[in-house]
Design a protein around this ligand. Structure first.
Ligand code: TPP
Length: 592
């Protein structure tokens, strides 16, 4: 037996953990921490959150009868120690890779994951639902929701506490307070938590009707055990909130401090702890966006940029260095971010709301009701459009083309390369007639990035890149390089393709679309979005004007299923959206 993991070897499941003596738990925690570090060296991924909750994870599984007692991790990026302790240690080194464990909790993956997550602030609502279900059924199990001080800034958490605080249903909320979101936590609530850490009560949670315990040192197993046992055994009705103070990234092996406490890491050497990062060949779309936005803000003093707790992910950290007073980090609060932008726009400012495609879903009604309906010129910079790789289905930017383009008056653009993104930033900033969005993928931007390129585009005008008589391929967004490669391969097979870059999903370049349909026996659209997006708009236009004639039509979209995690290249191959699949699809449609 490997002496270094003696207890972890003996305790592959929570049932076995519960057989240990309390005094063994310190050692179990340190073995678990070492295991998280050694696995992360191989896989990379979310790291700091998990290291901060090692003791809490051990204590929760020790005190509660999981999975009969329901343990819900908010966001669940911090659940790697939980996965290791719940029968998934053997597979932890496959995490986030194709066919491997998912990077977040997932109902299909384990009975110890009673609720899937990845978008934040859902755990208290889900937990209250489970608690009420238990009460309806006359059960006696516990329900525990663990939520971070970042995630608890989200509106849903407050909707849930407002409801839970008025009920007698028993629910245990653990506030994992490490002072960090991805970046340092922001807002008045964060100030309040600092006061609570200093022992100043009463708390806002108490006023909402949640019995408040703590603050408890989240790395002191004895205090954790006592507090959790008390919460488990109390006969008091109603919800309880336990304020646990932890250190994000606790025990990380790196020599340098990190401003995000190693929220997520690349693979690293397990001995020297040096990161194995590959050298980038080109700037990312995110960096091109940030630098274009800075250039635009130099010219427009009314430009204000908004992020919902994602300054580094969206590139607004770079923008904030130049314009600290024109950067607003609102916390994990996409709904508020969108309506805040609407308010700014209504007063003549130039708000740019930079939100990942997947998280903008949270603010959809605000986009409809507060922005689009009032035709307010909010600029949406939608990052991580299309498939995003290892974060998988919960994070895929699959739906924005559909959900933005269906809104009356919304302009929706998608760049294929760096120059186009720059021009779209310029277009959006200059456009004042209503809402406008541009959506761009994760990763390196194709093409050359010329920092002086700031010419606005003509709204609703695409471009023709290549002409061929046999098939027309109309591409929107990030798949253009694969489309061009496909066209070349087709040409080698004797099939000549025209290729056009639509640039706009809305308004559609109807002249371009009609010309392609008229002059080719087959029209194909390609987009990195779900069914209901670009192809639907193209087809509806052609069909409703009787312009399809004998022209055949094929749509390459994301498949009508959630695409599992893997590298983006694997995901696009799985989805039939890489060059090879496009060639194969066109050949088979042509009957060749
Ligand atoms: C709705 C939504 N917006 C943004 C994110 C991106 N995100 C993932 S983790 C995180 C920070 C969470 O902070 P906290 O809850 O304090 O947990 P910690 O990482 O500090 O343990 C953010 C902003 C998300 N998961 N969901």
């Amino acid at each position: 037996m490997d002496r270094l993991t003696r207890l972890l070897d003996r305790a592959p499941t929570p049932e076995a953990v519960r057989q240990l003596l309390p005094r063994d738990l310190h050692r179990l925690a340190s073995e678990l921490r070492a295991e998280v570090i050694s696995a992360a060296a191989e896989t990379g991924g979310h790291f700091g959150g998990g290291l901060g909750v090692v003791e809490l994870t051990v204590a929760l599984h020790y005190v509660f009868d999981t999975p009969r007692d329901r343990l819900i991790w908010d966001v669940s990026h911090q659940a790697y120690p939980h996965k290791i302790l719940t029968g998934r240690r053997e597979r932890i080194r496959s995490i986030r890779q194709r066919g491997g464990l998912y990077g977040f909790t997932k109902r299909d993956e384990s009975t110890y994951d009673p609720f899937g997550a990845a978008h934040s602030s859902t755990s208290i609502s889900a937990g209250l639902g489970m608690a009420l279900a238990r009460d309806f059924k006359g059960g006696d199990n516990h329900v525990i929701a663990v939520i971070g001080d970042g995630a608890i800034t989200g509106g849903m958490a407050w909707e849930a506490m407002n409801h839970a605080g008025s009920l007698s249903s028993r629910l245990i909320v653990i506030l994992n307070d490490n002072g960090m979101s991805i970046a340092p936590a922001v807002g008045a609530l964060n100030d309040h938590l600092s006061q609570l850490r200093a022992g100043r009560l009463p708390s806002v949670f108490e006023s909402l009707g949640l019995h408040h315990e703590g603050p408890v040192d989240g790395h002191d197993l004895n205090s954790l055990l006592v507090t959790l046992q008390r919460a488990r055994d109390t006969t008091e009705p109603g919800p309880v909130l336990i304020h646990v103070v932890t250190e994000k990234g606790r025990g990380h092996p790196f020599s340098a401090p990190d401003k995000e406490h190693y929220h997520a890491v690349a693979k690293f050497d397990p001995v020297t702890f040096e990161f194995k990062t590959s050298k980038p060949n080109a700037p990312t779309f995110t960096q091109v966006f940030a630098s274009s936005l800075i250039a635009a803000a130099e010219r427009d003093p009314k430009l204000v940029a908004i992020t919902a707790a994602m300054p580094s992910g969206t590139g607004l950290d770079i923008f904030a260095e130049r314009f600290p007073n024109r950067t607003l980090d609102v916390g994990i609060a996409e709904q508020h971010a969108v309506t805040l932008a609407a308010g700014l726009a209504s007063e003549g400012m130039t708000p740019v709301c930079a939100i990942y495609s997947t998280f903008l879903q949270r603010g959809f009604d605000q986009v409809v009701h507060d922005v689009a309906l009032q035709r307010l010129p909010v600029r949406f910079a939608i990052d991580r459009a299309g498939l995003v790789g290892q974060d998988g289905a919960t994070h895929a930017g699959s739906f924005d083309l559909a959900y933005m383009s269906m809104l009356p008056g919304m302009v929706v653009m998608a760049p294929a390369d760096a120059a186009e993104l720059r021009r779209m930033v310029a277009t959006a900033v200059a456009y004042d007639e209503g809402p406008i969005a541009f959506r761009y993928p994760r990763g390196e931007a194709a093409g050359v990035d010329d920092p002086h390129e700031m010419r606005p585009l003509v709204i609703g005008r695409g471009r023709l890149l290549r002409e061929g008589a046999d098939v027309a391929i109309l591409s929107l967004g990030g798949r253009l390089a694969d489309v061009m490669a496909a066209a070349q391969e087709l040409s080698a097979l004797g099939i000549e393709a025209s290729v056009a870059d639509a640039r706009f999903c809305k308004p559609l370049d109807t002249e371009l679309v009609e010309g392609l349909a008229r002059h080719h026996p087959m029209l194909v659209t390609v987009e990195d979005g779900a069914i209901g997006g670009f192809a639907t708009h193209v087809l509806q236009h052609l069909a409703s004007h009787d312009l399809l004639g004998a022209t055949r039509f094929r749509a390459f979209t994301l498949p009508d299923r959630f695409v599992a995690h893997g590298s983006p290249a694997e995901q696009y191959a799985d989805s039939g959206l890489d060059a090879r699949a496009i060639v194969a699809g066109i050949r088979s449609a042509l009957g060749l």
